[in-house]
Ligand binder design. Structure first.
Ligand SMILES: CC(=O)SCCNC(=O)CCNC(=O)[C@H](O)C(C)(C)COP(=O)(O)OP(=O)(O)OC[C@H]1O[C@@H](n2cnc3c(N)ncnc32)[C@H](O)[C@@H]1OP(=O)(O)O
Ligand SMILES: CC(C)C(=O)C(=O)O
Length: 551
């Protein structure tokens, strides 16, 4: 049995909430990004990454464009320590990239961290201690003053060791479990740390406000961030950073609202890997900005490769519905979506190729290395004529008459429904050919001769039906009409020739044409056929015979 009375809210509202930030409706510039994949992401894996995997992942992060990368918790393990030394000793850190290392506010751990980071061209040393009510009471069993002292002592030791060590260090402090801490108290602790560090415009410090565990709705967190930003000492010399986790599924919203509320920097991971439900997903955050016309300053143009390296290094997988990156996030199976997408694609092609407005697709899939053919319009029993027509047109160069698209749409849908499977483009093309192209049973044409007469065109048609061959003559106002009349006469067929359309098959290697014919049956329904031949007359006759065979 579930029992909600066991729980109560574990967050604290700031003493004042103005929510000025709520009036802003978009983020106009990218924050400073810091990847914590190699630390928070890594510490959450069943098997943490090996040295080689960490090096490979580090290179990927650099390629994507991260300028700040938390590379680990060097005091944690031999692998963590060796990885950091490998980066430094093998000169793997590009000039414009700053590495970051995490340490608890404990003397021996801080000392070991400084030892590990020796020789780095520059580094952010990130120290943290927990400040929440729950951790003060249950874990540390210390008063507010004692907890504040842990932070201040840690801050002092960082300063002291940095002064003793040759290197270019920036300091970061996190009141860990900030979201379970009274904002006034978190402010007091952060200000005490800032007071020790005395940041300057040339050497700003970072105050990181982690959503260590997500306890509240995002607007509550943003109000806490707003309060901290408003009352922080030396705010102008402090970079306010956020480190949202995703326990309530709102990590992205926390970050976006937190940025609106004044934050300058985001710590997160690719695809939201990290403790429990993960850290905030920087791919989603960056692409959310991108989709509103703001350059995220991160390059996700080869998403399939990024997913591949991520999966290989972490052993995790990118979910099929993971925003912007999942295998299915651009796929449209349902008929009305496909129809709208196909029309939208034509619209931008013809009217405004420089602005992406295609319905149902928040971004152009090709921007992240995906493609229209394989990823977007996919056919199953939920699909319609628009999608099937789009595939036949864009992949195989077949521009079916609108009503014939409908017939082909129902044919494809029926097969998919019956087989209970998705139909791939080649299967759709094969189905089209099998059902609608040059079908020569039960009726077939053996020979056709034309003669131009004053009354129109006269034709002599030799055809076969059920093993019996006959020759008939007829007249028509065109060649196809004449052949149609000859066949009607031969077999007493009842229909009217309603639709005729033709075009060259540009994608075909030989110069062939395709003709489409639609005939109306006595009951008012249509039957369709297509003919493909280098000779357009032959193609149109084959299309007609196919339509007759499909009655
Ligand atoms: C929210 C986060 O993600 S924070 C980052 C968490 N990441 C990790 O912990 C991964 C790496 N950690 C480790 O490998 C180990 O914890 C080590 C090597 C750092 C330390 O190991 P140990 O000292 O053996 O164990 P442990 O971490 O359990 O130590 C707990 C002690 O440190 C204290 N402590 C924990 N965090 C902090 C902190 N940030 N600042 C000061 N003291 C702390 C605890 O109160 C406890 O004190 P006690 O011994 O008096 O009870
Ligand atoms: C160390 C801090 C920033 C952290 O990882 C967290 O609070 O989640």
């Amino acid at each position: 049995m579930m029992n909600a009375s066991k729980y109560k809210r574990q967050y604290y509202l700031p003493p004042e909430t103005c929510m000025d930030w709520a009036k802003k409706d978009y983020i106009d510039k990218a924050p400073t990004w810091c990847s914590v994949d190699l630390r928070d992401g890594n510490q959450a894996l069943v098997i943490p990454m090996s040295l080689e995997q960490k090096v490979e992942f580090f290179k990927l992060l650099v390629k994507i464009g991260f300028k700040e990368i938390e590379v680990g918790f060097p005091a944690a393990s031999e692998t963590e320590y060796t990885f950091l030394r490998t980066l430094i000793d093998r000169d793997l850190i590009p000039e414009d990239v700053t590495i970051q290392v995490l340490t608890q506010a404990r003397e021996h751990i801080i000392r070991k961290t400084f030892e590990a980071v020796k020789g780095a061209p520059k580094a952010i040393v990130h120290v943290y201690n927990s400040t929440s009510v729950a951790q003060r009471e249950q874990v540390f069993k210390k008063s507010k003053e004692e907890i504040l002292k842990i932070a201040v002592d840690g801050a002092k030791l960082l300063k002291e060791l940095a002064e003793q060590t040759e290197g270019n260090f920036q300091f970061e402090y996190s009141p860990e479990s900030f979201t379970g801490t009274e904002p006034e108290y978190a402010l007091e602790v952060c200000n005490a740390v800032i007071d020790v560090w005395q940041p300057t415009p040339e050497n700003k410090c970072i105050i990181n406000l982690p959503v260590t565990v997500e306890h509240s709705m995002p607007h509550v967190y943003a109000s806490q961030v707003e309060y901290m930003c408003k009352h922080m000492l030396h705010r102008e010399n402090v970079i306010v950073s956020l480190h949202p986790h995703n326990d309530r599924g709102c990590g992205v919203a926390d970050s976006e609202m937190g940025i609106l509320a004044g934050a300058d920097r985001i710590e997160g991971t690719l695809f939201g890997n990290g403790e429990r439900t993960g850290n905030v997903d920087i791919v989603t955050l960056g692409m959310n900005m991108y989709s509103q016309g703001v350059d995220p300053k991160l390059d996700f143009s080869d998403m399939p490769h990024i997913c591949e390296v991520y999966e290989h290094c972490t052993g995790m997988s990118v979910g099929e519905r993971s925003p912007y990156s999942g295998a299915l996030v651009f796929a449209a199976f349902s008929g009305s979506h496909q129809d709208a997408i196909a029309k939208g694609m034509h619209w931008i092609e013809e009217k405004d190729p420089n602005r992406w407005t295609v319905p149902y697709l928040p971004i152009d899939p090709t921007d992240v290395g995906r493609n229209y053919d394989a990823d977007v319009i996919r056919i199953n029993s939920q699909s319609g004529k628009g999608g099937v027509g789009y595939i036949l047109e864009t992949k195989y160069g077949l521009n079916l008459p609108p009503k014939m698209r409908e017939a082909m749409g129902y044919t494809a849908k029926g097969v998919s429904d019956h087989l209970h499977k998705e139909l791939h483009p080649d299967e759709i093309f094969d189905l089209f050919k099998k059902t609608f192209e040059n079908v020569a049973q039960p009726y077939s044409i053996n020979e056709v001769h034309f003669q131009q007469k004053e009354v129109g065109i006269t034709t002599k048609v030799t055809s076969t039906f059920n093993g019996r061959t006959i020759t008939t003559e007829a007249t028509g106002n065109g060649r196809l009409d004449a052949v149609s009349n000859a066949l009607k006469k031969a077999y007493e067929l009842k229909y009217t020739l309603e639709v005729y359309q033709e075009h060259a098959l540009e994608r075909s290697s030989s110069s062939k044409a395709i003709a489409y014919v639609g005939i109306k049956k006595p009951d008012g329904t249509m039957a369709w056929g297509a003919g493909v031949d280098p000779d357009i007359i032959r193609a149109s006759i084959d299309a007609l015979v196919t339509a007759i065979n499909n009655r």
